[in-house]
Ligand binder design. Structure first.
Ligand code: FNR
Length: 381
């Protein structure tokens, strides 16, 4: 297959991933909670936001380079934490981290990854970010934080919007588990994805690498929903955020902020950055899109904390629009997960190249040469 001609947009990666990844794991990525209204709104609301075309401006020498939390990046984009990346493709987290490192953007490893902190650190050069969920067992949390330090992680992303899991109908109906149960239906499905099966047979990484063998009394993590409901700490509050901040002592990003009051509390808690995010429409269905929530939050705390953004980004134009509305960094989830499922490391690289090209061309057509010049003035009000 000539991928240079057939894969020219993120949507092409999605279609290819659907063909190559077993249904249970493809559906895990391409779904939102309940009616999926918020999931759809995340992308639809980007389409409502219009760009201002400018002409006869010297656009030579443009650059997408930016600074994210003090570090240079090839563009102001980061790979968001995504559980089970190693089930889209064998060793998926390592492949995605390598592609991000080579491109020059940050990669975030999820608590719920298949490859462990140690696996990713050993296989990559560039420091990555680690995403933490608040769990009941504080001794295990402390150990995870220490492991992230030992792995050289340059930032900790604490996710605040998933102490209970939004219901995703497809995951229940598909019996999502890792490794997948060898039911007749799963075996028939997997038989049509030989590339995936071969990769999985070649790797030993098929379960939650950060958890299994590290957390006491956890031997069956196969059912993620059950595991989350048993282990995640529903008492999480701002005191716990402070506990994590003190325990970590480094750059702290608070993820899942959708309300200006929460944004103010996050800034007061001493976060270095917040991620305006509704978890890609996977948690509170019926919430507004993230892009709709962004301007009010920028207004509230834009001068106190670095504002990052995610949910619904499928193109460089979307990246541009989030920047125009005040985000300093834009995180992508499904866009790179589709790339991973479609083409492995090359698919993630391709995803980043597509977004970069689209961002660069959009900058040119809007008449801006630097990321800092992407302001509200570049949008039609
Ligand atoms: C996620 N997300 C997520 N977030 C997090 O903090 N920890 C996690 O383990 C996961 N896992 C996860 C798995 C999958 C398959 C997806 C799609 C998403 C949410 C993720 O970090 C991010 O907020 C969304 O993906 C952003 O929306 P888009 O870019 O996917 O539309």
């Amino acid at each position: 297959m000539d991928v240079d001609r057939t894969v020219t947009a993120i949507e092409d990666l999605r279609i290819l991933a659907r063909r190559r990844v077993p249904r249970m794991f493809y559906d895990y990525v391409d779904c939102g909670s309940w009616s999926e209204a918020t999931y759809r709104a995340n992308s639809q609301d980007f389409a409502r936001c219009k760009l201002k075309q400018r002409v006869a401006v010297n656009i030579e020498g443009r650059t997408t380079e930016a600074t994210l939390l003090g570090d240079r990046a090839a563009m102001p984009v980061a790979l968001a934490p995504a559980g089970l990346a190693g089930m889209q493709r064998a060793d998926g987290e390592i492949l995605a981290a390598r592609a991000a490192g080579a491109f020059g953007v940050p990669f975030t490893l999820s608590t719920m990854s298949v490859c462990s902190l140690e696996d990713v650190a050993a296989a990559t050069q560039r420091p990555f970010w680690f995403q933490l969920y608040m769990m009941k067992d504080r001794a295990f949390m402390s150990e995870l934080i220490d492991r992230a330090k030992a792995a050289g992680c340059s930032a900790l992303v604490l996710t605040l919007d998933l102490q209970v899991q939004g219901q995703r109908h497809k995951d229940i109906k598909n019996g999502l588990s890792t490794p997948p149960k060898l039911s007749i239906a799963n075996l028939i499905d997997m038989a049509t994805k030989p590339r995936w099966c071969l990769g999985m047979l070649r790797t030993s990484r098929r379960t939650f690498g950060n958890i299994v063998g590290h957390a006491p009394d956890i031997d069956d993590t196969a059912s993620m929903a059950l595991w989350v409901s048993e282990q995640f700490d529903q008492t999480l509050d701002w005191d716990d955020v402070d506990w994590v901040k003190q325990r970590w002592g480094g750059t702290l990003i608070l993820k899942g902020i959708m309300d200006p009051d929460d944004a103010r509390l996050a800034a007061s808690a001493g976060a270095d950055a917040i991620v305006v995010s509704n978890h890609g429409g996977r948690q509170l269905d019926g919430a507004p899109s993230s892009i709709r929530a962004l301007p009010e939050i920028v207004e509230a705390v834009g001068d106190r904390v670095e504002i990052h953004f995610d949910s619904g980004v499928r193109s460089g134009q979307d990246v541009f629009k989030a920047l125009a509305l005040g985000a300093k960094g834009v995180h992508i989830g499904r866009a790179y997960m589709y790339g991973l499922g479609a083409l492995g490391e090359e698919g993630v690289s391709r995803c980043l190249r597509i977004l970069h090209k689209e961002l660069d061309l959009t900058m040119a057509l809007c008449g801006v040469r630097t990321i800092d010049a992407i302001t509200r003035d570049t949008l039609v009000q």
